[in-house]
Design a protein around this ligand. Sequence first.
Ligand code: NAP
Ligand code: G4F
Length: 369
Amino acid sequence: MKRALITGITGQDGPYLAKLLLSKGYKVFGTYRRVSTPNFWRLQHLGILNKITLIPADLSDTSSLLEAVTISDPHEIYNLAAQSFVGNSFDFPLLTTEVDASGTTRFLEIIRHYNKNIKFYQASTSELYGANVVSIQDENTQMFPNSPYAAAKLHSYHMVRIYRKSYGLFACNGILFNHESPLRGMEFVTRKITNSVAKIKLGMQKELRLGNLDAKRDWGFAPEYVNAMWLMMQQKIPDDFVIATGETHSVREFVEAAFSAAGLDWKRYVITDQKLKRPLDVHQLCGDNAKAQKVLGWKPSVTFNELVKIMVEEDLRRWQMYKDGKIVPWDAPNYPHEMDMISRNVVRDAQKENSVRKKSRLKRLLNRF
Ligand code: NAP
Ligand code: G4F
């Protein structure tokens, strides 16, 4: 029986991948972080919580990773764990580097010393292209990261390539473009939108505040993307692949489609908030999946409008159940409204106050002389 170790089992992709691997007869091990509140709702939602062997581990702690590898003794490692929220990486650049860059090298070193036959999948990202303005990106497009997150992931991307070439490891980068689902974290724009649409429709929320509506992304459906991860790991030769739909849409278009799926006019509810804009954003992403189609035989089938509809309908269903007093495993009821505003705004306001204080102190000092 094949054994797989998935890091980041509590995130969006981990449970979908775990479900896929279980259906293929794998024994699945998943790493989770020790947090004060258990975070297994996605595994519960897919009905696989008790089918996975859970191992506590943190990407910033080498001993815990070594233990996860020795306990699971895997044929395949899927490294999905990351500080994956781009906006947050501007507030926590060092933590992001520690986890998203050094965490990968920790694994590559463990594999090199423990068992060179373990195959390694690295969750690379379209964010690597960043400031590159080409209209469609493929495996040969030059990478210009535009955030601490993307810079850390670029480090990992290169380490995977370097370990593959230097030590002959089976290590591959899945350069995945944005992929979404009802299991998407609430801090990401798609789920923030669909969750708000559902609440507005049910009279539980009045408005939706968003940042950059002009940003364009290539959005696909997450369960289809985890299949591409598995396919990469079944190849004879390890390689890097772009996984994308080949279509790009703006945040504004997503908003419009989501409100319209609930029979609402977005212009009545959406407010643009400058505070939600990033110090530096990625303007446009659109992936060329030709290599994945040719070599892996992978092709997406869920369209943009279908994806939006799936997410809106599921958030509507969950909030309706909540209103009806039914309990479902789910993140939203415990999620503080406009969560993603908290850290950056507090920091910015404090910085503003600080500079006012500094100026008046300077004035007082000048007046003395
Ligand atoms: P996600 O929902 O944010 O899940 C991230 C996972 O990483 C969670 O299980 C999280 O645990 C865990 N994690 C965070 N910090 C950790 C640490 N220090 N040590 C161990 N685990 C840690 O992300 P996703 O959407 O599933 O994406 C999976 C991977 O693909 C990520 O690496 C992401 O950067 C990359 N990626 C995602 C997309 C996309 O569109 N979804 C596209 C390209 C690449 P907690 O639950 O405890 O927070
Ligand atoms: O949903 P987002 O936060 O996703 P982003 O930054 O594209 O990153 C996601 O996809 C990457 C793959 O390309 C992954 F590597 C990464 O881990 C993550 O899964 O933001 C999408 C766009 C951005 O341009 C952002 O500025 O939406 C814009 N946006 C506008 N208003 C907003 C908001 N994003 C968030 N999160 N919240 C807003 O209110």
